[in-house]
Write a protein of this length. Structure first.
Length: 251
């Protein structure tokens, strides 16, 4: 990889003026890149802060070079994943040169293989607990997690019903995106493409609020309810919003 990519790795995460809430994915890639002898670069949307704090400071401490870029296609209300990915690739080539590209959220076939395998584990655990025909509710942003899970559950013909709670409200043609990534993951494992957009159950935009990584009242209430009743702590960006959706589905 290093010989082909000029010793660079490019990781792209959506910040959109909320980089203080960035997930640990970019930092994990940066750490792994150093371990492999690659030079990690993170491309973030928005403007740099006067002082690096929180996750951004940690990104710098692990040795990642951080590039802030204009929002491009996501300056509009929504765009396709492919439009944003092409834009980021171009921006990365301008700033970094030859590089190995990791798409937003790691959402491609390869990145979703782990969640395909996780779906098989979920099925095993459900059978052990004698749970059938139940809902599996998951937060979905860039789409890779949902894609891997739907690919795995569809592949084994599971009775579990999967539904994604949109936490970003970025994409147009969202079910088509998830189906494409799911089939790419299946093909990488030598399995037939069996996922259609109609197989992707999504609740879009309802629980996003003002945008990705911006806490919502319903999400915060859901977090408080679970931590006070069960001692389980959720986050406001992903699982808090998804749990708010789960509570409404249950009601």
């Amino acid at each position: 990889m290093g010989a082909q990519c000029g010793n660079h790795i490019d990781v792209d995460l959506a910040a959109v003026d909320h980089f203080r809430h960035l997930e640990h994915l970019g930092r994990g890639h940066a750490t792994a890149g150093h371990h492999l002898g690659l030079e990690p670069h993170l491309l973030l949307f928005g403007s740099p802060p006067q002082r690096a704090v929180g996750n951004l400071l940690l990104d710098e401490l692990v040795g990642a070079e951080v590039h802030f870029i204009p929002p491009g296609p996501i300056a509009a209300e929504a765009c396709t994943f492919e439009e944003l990915d092409a834009y980021v690739r171009e921006e990365a080539s301008k700033r970094v040169g030859t590089h190995y590209h990791v798409p937003l959220g790691g959402s491609n076939g390869l990145g979703s293989v782990g969640y395909l395998r996780a779906a098989l584990e979920i099925e095993e655990q459900a059978k052990s607990a004698r749970i059938e025909d139940a809902w599996v509710v998951v937060a979905t942003g860039s789409g890779g997690t949902l894609a891997g899970l739907v690919a795995g559950l569809r592949h084994i013909g599971s009775s579990l019903r999967l539904i994604g709670i949109d936490v970003a409200s970025i994409w147009t043609s969202y079910p088509e995106l998830v189906a494409r990534i799911a089939n790419d993951a299946l093909e990488l494992l030598g399995m037939p493409s069996i996922v259609e957009p109609a197989d992707v159950s999504l609740i879009e935009r309802t629980y996003v609020g003002r945008g990705y990584a911006v806490p919502t009242g319903d999400g915060t209430a859901a977090i408080k309810r679970l931590v006070r009743s069960e001692g389980l702590v959720l986050d406001p960006t992903y699982t808090g919003k998804a749990f708010a959706g789960l509570l409404d589905l249950h009601a």
